[in-house]
Design a protein around this ligand. Structure first.
Ligand SMILES: [Ca+2]
Length: 137
């Protein structure tokens, strides 16, 4: 390899290394944002009489994997719409609003943590535990 080709190759490799570093930095920032938002939600304590059916939890978690049509491990609003099929503009707008409320990393996709911790636990807490069973003993 000539000195020119050598230098060109080195530059390319350095460019790739920098791009890879930038990508890792962005992934790290997204993971931190998700972690922080999820930890804030998990730190909130529910009333002692709140219970969720395991089948409800299973169905919600299964919907994440069913909706991940492209298999990238994250769910976009488009993918959720393919699964849940909001039947009118109002239902779509509500889903879009809820999606944006739990999408904390700014990549327009939900990880399983965003989907379940923020989208299920957090959303139900904010809606006065509509999906929960309240058991008073
Ligand atoms: Ca996906």
């Amino acid at each position: 390899m000539s000195w020119y080709e050598n230098a060109k190759q080195t530059g390319k490799n350095e460019g790739r290394w920098e791009a890879l570093q930038e990508l890792r930095k962005k992934e790290g920032e997204a993971a931190n944002k998700t972690k922080q938002a999820c930890m804030e939600e998990l730190a909130k304590e529910d009333p002692k009489n709140i219970y969720y059916s395991s089948n409800l939890i299973r169905d919600f978690l299964a919907d994440f994997y069913k909706a991940d049509y492209d298999g990238d491990g994250r769910v976009s609003l488009h993918e959720l719409c393919q699964l849940w099929r909001p039947n009118d503009e109002k239902a779509y707008k509500k889903l879009e609003e809820e999606f944006k409320a739990v999408e904390v990393t700014g990549d327009d996709k939900l990880t399983l943590a965003e989907f379940f911790i923020l989208g299920f636990l957090g959303d139900d807490r904010k809606n006065n535990y509509q999906s929960a069973k309240k058991v008073d003993s």
